[in-house]
Write a protein that binds this ligand. Sequence first.
Ligand code: BTN
Length: 252
Amino acid sequence: MTEGPEALPGCHLIALDTVGSTNEEARRLAEAGAADRTVVWAREQTAGRGRHGRSWASPPGNLYVSILLRPACPVAQAPQIGFAVGAAMADAIRALTGLPVALKWPNDLYLGGEKLSGILLESAGDVAGDTEWVVAGIGVNVAFRPDVPGAGCLNAAGAELQPSTLLESFVPRFFELLDVWSNEGFPPVRAAWEACALPLGSPLSVKLPGGTEAGGFAGIDETGNLLLDVAGNTVRVAVGDVFPLSTAATGA
Ligand code: BTN
């Protein structure tokens, strides 16, 4: 165990020096009955996981946090929580550093064409389709730039901050958006996400199961699908890997 951030009201914080993966730890806690809004934060991960089974470089210096939630919603709506995570982190980074970080669907944070942050959302439901738990994990490259093409970090962009400072700013904003989502549904979260997203029209390439599609970013729909403008037609993308085609559009 290690000393945690100064103040995180309204949650149960578990602060660790080292863990395999904060998502794995939060998932284990979920299955053991841990409470809604349990926050698992680690200084380093030895087996950090990314989307699509990729690994996530996790040495000390960056932020690794997973939040266990028990929302009262159908499991099909749980992915909407990822947009609240992304918007809250974009707001926190913008407020602390003034850097124009931008969200790329579904929930990567970019700056100047470089990826700074990613989200891994995992959930479990019951036979009726209700959510049992959601684990929302987010990693932010603060001081360490992973040796991965296209990755960046906040320090290299001129922002000096501690991962714990970012956590202190992110968690309250996330819980605020989560309350809004519980009370009012997805529309205000969608608006908060779009307010921090890449500019409309930003050129994107989308790797789909059947091939690659290129088009202009046209927002997200009422359920969180990506909207892509392909030669004047709006294409909805529910699942796919999305890559920005121009660094100019990603918050220089
Ligand atoms: C991505 O592939 O972009 C998602 C990366 C998610 C990484 C975070 S770090 C904290 C949490 N624990 C993990 O093992 N993964 C997530």
